[in-house]
Ligand binder design. Structure first.
Ligand code: PMV
Length: 388
């Protein structure tokens, strides 16, 4: 996957002293030698493009490139759904992430990506298998689990009184992991649905949602509940946390074409949410003003959606991105993708989910293919889809 965001304009002169040998050696000194040729050109090109040739900057770029993963995002994931496997939804947050954890409104929509799971009886313990992610694990009861998904599964089985049953749980993920698209909540919902079906528990939708919320709290430490709500009900909603949470369905005239740009850098929601919390604890009045601005944007966005005013929706999303920057949850890759989207005609573009990596969303009524192509040319994955 290439990192460089756009080709260097041929008119940009590359001074000879820009890449002297000692500097390039130093900037790559911690990198395995076989890895250097594949990234050397990209790093130098980006440095030249930025016009600021610094060793620390090169090292920062290399670190980010090493973190980036190849993410599989087929053009139409739903076409590959496994028949007979219960399903849950992925989501995009159009406005309001992070602030929603503090009780403000957010607008979110389900997307054409799903998580699926199936349960089979098995004589010997509980086995979780996720072939696409290389996961094959026996989930020991109450163990000090290494990964939060094992902890979450252990808790779900305990709550459903299924801990003594032997079973194999197979998960088919169509949502890329840790990309801000609601993957962890969708995983919990798919597993709960599969258990419900296999053991004929007859759980209602609200029970499934509630249990998935407990899983979210376990995985992220603190959560608004928006992800599990979307994963369960799959509705385009204005959401506010609470017990019960407030949900108002957003009705729109026509489906809205969007592009989801994927940085390929995994983002840990728990880490991002706790970063915002620390900042809020230090200066509550300042951060609460930002949250209340975001709340206002979400409210206005619903009105814009109802009037089919995508121009206004886009503008509100752009302002929301400014406020997410103020919360310091954006990243260089996200900014690059947002810039590509806006320069290629998107009416609005912002990060979606926890940020720090993950994904962004752009409103593209008549430029979706152009935006997606420009993102792919810059080395990112992009998905063209619709909401509503
Ligand atoms: O990154 P995701 O898909 O887990 O979304 C997180 C959304 C937050 O607002 C940052 C957290 C939350 O619980 O609402």
């Amino acid at each position: 996957m290439k990192y460089v965001t756009k080709p260097v304009a041929p008119t940009v002169p590359i001074p000879e002293e820009v890449v002297p040998t000692p500097v390039t050696c130093k900037m790559f000194e911690d990198i395995p030698t076989e890895y250097i040729p594949s990234i050397f050109d990209d790093v130098v090109e980006l440095l030249v493009e930025e016009g600021d040739i610094k060793i620390w900057r090169a090292q920062e770029i290399i670190k980010t490139m090493q973190q980036r993963k190849e993410i599989a995002v087929p053009e139409d994931e739903m076409a590959e759904l496994k028949p007979g496997f219960p399903c849950s939804y992925g989501k995009v947050i159009l406005l309001g992430e992070h602030a929603v954890v503090y009780g403000t409104q957010a607008v979110a929509a389900p997307i054409n990506l799903a998580m699926q799971a199936k349960v089979w009886s098995n004589a010997n313990g509980v086995h979780l298998i996720i072939p696409r992610w290389g996961v094959e694990e026996k989930i020991q009861r109450g163990a000090d689990h290494k990964y939060s998904i094992y902890k979450s599964l252990d808790m779900i089985l305990e709550k459903l009184n299924l801990r003594d049953q032997g079973m194999k749980i197979e998960v088919v993920p169509h949502i890329p992991r840790a990309m801000g698209l609601g993957g962890s909540a969708a995983l919990a919902v798919a597993i709960i649905r599969a258990l419900d079906e296999h053991f004929e528990l007859k759980l209602g939708e609200d029970e499934i949602n509630k249990l998935a919320f407990e899983s979210e709290l376990l995985v992220h430490g603190s959560a608004s509940g928006i992800d599990n709500t979307l994963a369960t009900y799959g509705k385009f909603i204005l959401y506010k946390k609470g017990d019960p949470p407030f949900m108002q369905e957003v009705t729109i005239k026509d489906r809205i074409p969007i592009v989801i740009g994927i940085t390929g850098v995994e983002s840990l929601t728990a880490k991002m949410v706790s970063g915002v919390r620390k900042a809020w604890e230090k200066n509550k009045s300042l951060y609460e003003r930002i949250f209340s601005e975001i709340d206002e944007l979400s409210g206005q966005a619903v009105k814009a959606l109802e009037k089919n005013d995508l121009q206004q929706l886009g503008e509100l999303m752009n302002v929301n991105q400014g406020l997410l920057n103020a919360l310091q949850v954006s990243s260089q890759d996200l900014e690059v993708l947002i810039d590509i989207a806006r320069r290629n005609g998107a009416l609005g573009a912002k990060l979606t989910g926890a940020g720090g990596g993950g994904a962004m969303v752009a409103i593209c009524p008549d430029c979706a293919d152009r935006v997606a192509l420009a993102m792919r040319k810059a080395g990112y994955k992009a998905m063209v889809t619709e909401i509503g």
